[in-house]
Design a protein around this ligand. Structure first.
Ligand code: ADP
Ligand code: MG
Length: 693
């Protein structure tokens, strides 16, 4: 027989083609899929209580047979109660379910059932009120009661109870030993069980197993399977990293005094120590034979742009072209004007290419890029279009990289021949995620902010205290500062939100700041209207900018020192942090006011509280990850997260760290043929990933 684990489930006893197709649709195609879908919880039913021994006020599980049942009507119209009497060898007890008359069809007399809930006492004796129940066929009762019982997520039309039976069948026909990708040395080092008993005990734990430990996914059996999954995941990453480290780029970069001087000349200020270290790490990478794959991380306002510009100078001085991609048009324009200004005294030609670049101009830029006469191009994702070609693209810079999908980043990279890649982000990668996708990247961190910055002060206020907020805004504008008022824009209510943003702008202009200029900015405006508003705000002609989140990333107007976020309860934590990063960029005291409207959820309260407590982007990202879970953390566009069957990136972080270490170690010493084959043939499919870069 071929490997039973690879057998399609439809050939398993009790499945068949129909159910097989259902299971497949729900992601369970083979016996292995079934066995690696672990229970999500376990219940100790090893000691079912005899009914005669029940006492009021305690939780109890009872296994018995429905003796009689009926639906009772009540005086309240349409409100009915389903009553049943459950009996076992020791006696009987009443069970009642409010307003669930349909149970009459399910819990018919003679049905065997496990009932679980609080035992209550009233004038007519003991009873269960609205208990949980599970129908358990008599012949298989050894599976469902009298032991620690596994509970599975419902899979398509396959009920948890059916899954329990299928898993049992599969385990019964599984050979006593299974091939194992984890070799004996590794298992001994990590104290891991063999594969076969780990699978058995993760589904049907021995009766002496610790239920609390099971539900925390920390038994030796569960740990073995989670480790296995993480280790296989890490092996793929470690292997790729190892492979690309031996690839050479076609160009050669060197730095001499002339280049150092040229770079120093464009510098408008002294670098902070953090910027200096990061610049050195990046330039060192540029000079290596293997392509750079580096993430530059620095909190909002840390000054990442100048570091990228210095790297670009080195590349251009070596005859290479640079592509600088930003997620929004506003940001691309801002970068373009900064870079064009700084490079105005150099011989390098800088261009801007975005979705709204007019056709004629686009053709010219395209031609220059292809000939190599444009040295640096700043743009949005318009840069990845097919007809954009480079002569010698040597460095790719991707700002706010988490805003781009893996495919977009790769597409830009492919326009060069193994170019150096610099990804930039203010969103710190929480430790958990640092071990996924990002483990293939080298990381430079800019710690510390440019001199003279004062921490932003943050207040959380109910919307009803708006007048106080306006007083503060007036005072700040009086001192010459500028103000952002941010409106949420969620797709479902886009129209309503736009309307309220527009109305707010009118209201602020007419009633609150009649002597000042208030302007409105949102994503639906025409590009030149947006440019116009942004320009007016940057120049200081507009004092109050009412905006949707189009200013969220990267925008840099140091004179703006106050931000009011309307409906702050609707924003995500990382988003609020990014928004707040727009202020506190100058030498003045800055204020961020988060206005909320009740009712707010516990999560929203938690988010705003976190914002008020800390300015530390790393702490905020960790908290955000906890609140949202890793899948949502980077939004749907970020597809670097693996599909996991047994492990959980947050819960099992410690196991991931171990697996990461072991995988790095093993790749250095050489993989077994079986592991090599796994990485080559199965890795992508199992984890559902496309690689970064
Ligand atoms: P971010 O890391 O958020 O992308 P920017 O690169 O936009 O930050 O820099 C934020 C602001 O700080 C800009 O106005 C920039 O000119 C200024 N800045 C950056 N580095 C320094 C420095 N070393 N000294 C003074 N100002 C700096
Ligand atoms: Mg930036």
């Amino acid at each position: 027989m071929t490997d039973l684990l690879e057998t399609p489930l439809q050939y398993l006893k009790g499945v068949g083609p129909r159910k097989g197709a259902d299971l497949k649709k729900a992601g369970l195609a083979t016996v292995e899929d079934l066995l690696y879908r672990l229970p999500f919880r376990y219940e100790d039913r090893s000691r079912m209580q005899p009914i005669a021994s029940l006492r009021p006020g305690a939780k109890a599980a009872v296994f018995g047979e429905i003796k009689s049942a009926h639906v009772a009507t009540t005086r309240r119209r349409g409100f009915r109660i389903f009553h049943a009497v459950l009996g076992d060898a020791s006696g009987g007890i009443r069970c009642s379910w409010m307003n669930q008359a349909y149970l009459a069809d399910i819990l018919q007399p003679r049905t065997t059932v496990v009932v679980f809930g609080d035992v209550k006492l009233d004038s007519s004796g003991l009873h269960f009120l609205n208990p949980e129940f599970e129908i358990v066929s008599d012949d298989l009762s050894g599976l469902h009661v009298g032991r620690i019982v596994p509970f599975y997520e419902r899979t398509g039309t396959v009920t948890p109870n059916m899954q329990r039976k299928l898993v049992r069948h599969a385990l019964d026909v599984l050979p006593p030993e299974l091939p194992d990708l984890l070799d004996p040395d590794l298992r001994a080092r990590q104290g891991l069980m063999a594969r076969r008993p780990a699978i058995e005990a993760s589904h049907f734990p021995a009766s002496e197993a610790n239920v609390a430990e099971l539900n925390a996914f920390r038994t030796p059996a569960q740990r073995r399977l989670i480790f296995e999954e993480f280790f296989l995941f890490q092996i793929g990453h470690a292997w790729r990293r190892h492979e690309t480290s031996v690839e050479h780029k076609p160009h050669h970069v060197a730095v001499d005094d002339r280049i150092r001087q040229a770079a120093a000349k464009v510098l408008p200020f002294h670098l902070t120590p953090g910027q200096r270290t990061a610049t050195k790490e990046i330039v060192d990478d540029l000079c290596l034979a293997k392509p750079m794959n580096r993430l530059l991380q620095g909190d909002v306002g840390a000054g990442k742009t100048i570091v990228a510009i210095l790297a670009a100078m080195v590349a251009m001085e070596n005859g290479l072209q640079v592509a600088f991609m930003a997620p929004t048009e506003i940001l691309a324009k801002q970068h373009f004007s900064t870079i064009a200004r700084l490079l105005s005294q150099t011989r390098f030609r800088v261009d801007l290419l975005t979705g709204s670049t007019p056709g004629m101009q686009r053709h010219t830029i395209q031609a220059h890029l292809e000939r190599g006469t444009t040295n640096l191009v700043v743009g949005t994702h318009a840069l990845v279009q097919d007809n954009i070609k480079f002569n010698a693209l040597g460095l790719v810079v991707i700002d706010e990289q988490h805003r781009f999908g893996v495919a977009q980043r790769a597409a830009l990279q492919e326009k060069g021949l193994r170019p150096d890649v610099l990804l930039m982000t203010a969103t710190p990668i929480p430790r958990t995620l640092a071990l996924t996708d990002y483990s293939e990247l080298d990381v430079s961190k800019i710690t510390g902010l440019p001199p003279g910055r004062k921490p932003v002060r943050t207040w959380v206020k109910p919307e009803s205290r708006r007048d106080e907020v306006y007083d503060l805004l007036r005072a700040e504008i009086e001192k010459g500062r500028q103000v952002y008022v941010i409106y949420p824009l969620v797709e479902e209510s886009e129209k309503v939100d736009l309307k309220s943003a527009t109305e707010m702008a009118d209201h602020l202009q007419a009633e609150v700041f009649p002597g000042r200029r208030v302007a409105l900015l949102h994503g639906r405006m025409k590009q030149d209207a947006k440019d116009h508003v942004m320009q007016a705000f940057m120049s200081g002609a507009v004092q109050v900018l009412v905006s949707t989140t189009v200013v969220e990333v990267g925008v840099d107007v140091p004179n703006a020192s106050v931000m009011v976020v309307e409906h702050a309860e609707r924003f995500g934590l990382s988003q609020l942090h990014q928004l707040r990063g727009r202020i506190g960029r100058g030498e003045w005291d800055s204020h961020c006011i988060l206005l909320y409207q009740a009712p707010w959820s516990d999560d929203a309260r938690e988010r705003l509280k976190t914002m008020a407590e800390t300015n530390d982007g790393f702490a905020i990202a960790e908290r955000d990850l906890e609140l949202r879970g890793p899948g949502d953390f980077f939004g749907t566009r970020q597809s670097g997260l693996p599909k996991l069957r047994t492990g959980d990136l947050v819960r099992d972080r410690d196991i991931m760290e171990e697996a990461h270490r072991e995988a790095r170690h093993l790749v250095e010493t050489g993989l077994s043929p079986a592991l090599t084959a796994f990485v080559r043939d199965k890795w992508d499919a199992q984890f559902g990933l496309i690689q970064v870069g």
